[in-house]
Design a protein around this ligand. Structure first.
Ligand code: SF4
Length: 469
């Protein structure tokens, strides 16, 4: 990896010992503070004022997120907020609710702000009629400038994709696509109630490219029944052959106390912790050897992909949709059940159940459940954590300037974290010269552990977190 000052590091070889040492539970920092800190009790005028003030404070770019919380069937590994097997009338009703929510929020957003991103997540957005998605895109863009490099992205279940459907999605204006492939092994896909794509993954990627999609992504999950380090190495090899632009490899999080359907996987046999560690190593080594650039903890991108370029040029960013580039993200305004808006000043989260969401929008009220407004010090900490997570770098003489902090104040606020860096330096995860903290290639695999040092809220708040590695 090359540092921003041009120095190069030797390649890093991931080992099981490294993973055993640094694999501890903690936030993934898709927001700071993380969602378990959000609180109830906000008035509608508080929330409306937050959206309105986003016009004058923070990034002008607008990034829209739309949550479609429906799936035709239950994947047994699923940890998402979704509802299974809803009839078409419920889905149509949900889109009417989305439009009602947009009617309340969109007029608050300055029409001159450029839209740099629209992202549909779920659930299974591609299970909904594409004409409904296209109408939402049209409404979001009505009277607003679309940035030339804007991405309009959709998360898809590849089992529901046919060549015709792919064309329909592209014709609706989408230019980024992500497929939840999960694995190539049929025994695993059967065990988790997920089918094999109708189109072979390599053809799916090739057809997406030929239609003009860029940043084509395949998601994989490891830690599922019938997976072994050997089968997962085989899946990594086949994924590389399919040649996506990006790959995300997620470690399966078994949380049956929160997701009861996951209990069914216990009877089918889940790989033990050592096997999962070997699968993590297989993914890292396999994708790195094939020329993919590791982006953060569990993402890989081809060197010419926007994410890899953003990493190399210090323009990587992170939000609830994961890693993104600074030029495509902005303040995120979200619509739909469970959706979270990420504004400069704070966060707004909608109610999770679609029935409550519809009831609230029918009544003409905002479907908001929780929110959070950051203090000046928390905004500073957010910047510190983003800088470590995305740039792998923290410059003590610059990081406080956005919040008007002098270098001395910045050093005082970061002193406790800096003091605890020694173990990480000795393990070769970072370097610190008194002014700049630089995360090394090895450190990027444990970047959350380094970020923990600077998080005063760590260990507080509700909820359990996933492992770091
Ligand atoms: S398609 Fe995705 S969101 Fe739906 S049940 Fe499966 S994993 Fe969960």
């Amino acid at each position: 990896m090359a540092h921003q000052d041009g120095r190069r590091e030797p390649p890093f070889s991931l080992t099981a010992d490294f993973l055993r040492k640094y694999d501890v539970p903690g936030p993934r920092y898709t927001s700071y503070p993380p969602a378990p800190h959000f609180r109830t009790g906000w008035s509608e005028s508080d929330i409306l004022a937050l959206f309105e003030r986003s016009n004058g404070i923070g990034d002008r770019n607008l990034s829209f997120y739309v949550h479609i919380p429906f799936c035709p069937k239950q994947c047994l590994f699923c940890g998402c907020t979704t509802e299974i097997g809803k009839p078409g009338s419920a889905v149509t009703g949900y889109f009417e609710s989305l439009h009602r929510e947009m009617d309340r929020v969109l007029p608050l957003l300055d029409a001159s702000r450029p839209v740099t991103q629209i992202h549909f997540g779920g659930g299974t957005p591609n299970a909904a009629p594409i004409k409904h998605l296209a109408e939402v895109v049209r409404r979001l863009l009505q009277g607003r400038p679309l940035a030339g490099h804007a991405e309009i992205a959709i998360e898809c279940d590849p089992n529901l994709i046919t060549p015709r459907k792919l064309e329909e999605i592209r014709a609706a204006g989408f230019n980024r696509i992500s497929f939840g492939l999960q694995d190539f092994q049929k025994a695993t896909l059967d065990a988790v109630n997920r089918g094999f794509p109708r189109i072979e993954p390599a053809d799916l990627v090739a057809q997406s490219h030929s239609l003009g999609f860029t940043g084509v992504n395949l998601d994989l999950i490891y830690g599922l029944p019938h997976q072994t380090p050997q089968t997962f190495s085989d899946t990594v090899r086949k994924t590389i052959e399919a040649a996506p632009d990006r790959v995300a490899t997620f470690s399966y999080a078994h949380v049956p106390w929160a997701k009861e359907h996951q209990k069914a996987l216990e009877a089918k046999g889940l790989p033990d912790a050592e096997s999962k560690i070997a699968m993590t190593v297989a993914a890292y080594e396999g994708f790195s050897a094939a020329g993919y650039v590791p982006i953060g903890m569990d993402h890989f991108a081809r060197p010419d992909d926007e994410l890899a370029v953003a990493l190399a040029t210090g323009n990587l960013h992170r939000n609830f949709q994961g890693y993104c580039s600074k030029r495509t993200t902005g303040q995120v305004v979200s619509f739909g059940a469970s959706a979270i808006s990420q504004l400069h000043e704070g966060y707004v989260q909608n109610v999770k159940e679609s029935s409550k969401y519809t009831l609230a929008t029918d009544a003409g009220t905002l479907p908001v459940e929780r929110a959070y407004v950051l203090t000046r010090q928390e905004r500073f900490t957010r910047q510190v954590i983003n800088s470590i997570m995305c740039q792998g770098r923290l410059e003590l003489d610059r990081i406080g300037t956005d919040e008007g902090l002098q270098e001395r104040e910045t050093r005082d606020l970061l002193a406790a974290g800096i003091e605890r860096l020694d173990g990480f330096r000795q393990d070769g995860l970072c370097e610190f010269d008194g002014t700049t903290l630089q995360v090394t290639t090895a450190g990027r695999l444990a970047v959350r552990n380094i970020a923990f040092l600077f998080d005063p809220l760590l260990g507080t708040g509700e909820g359990r977190y996933s492992q770091t590695v």
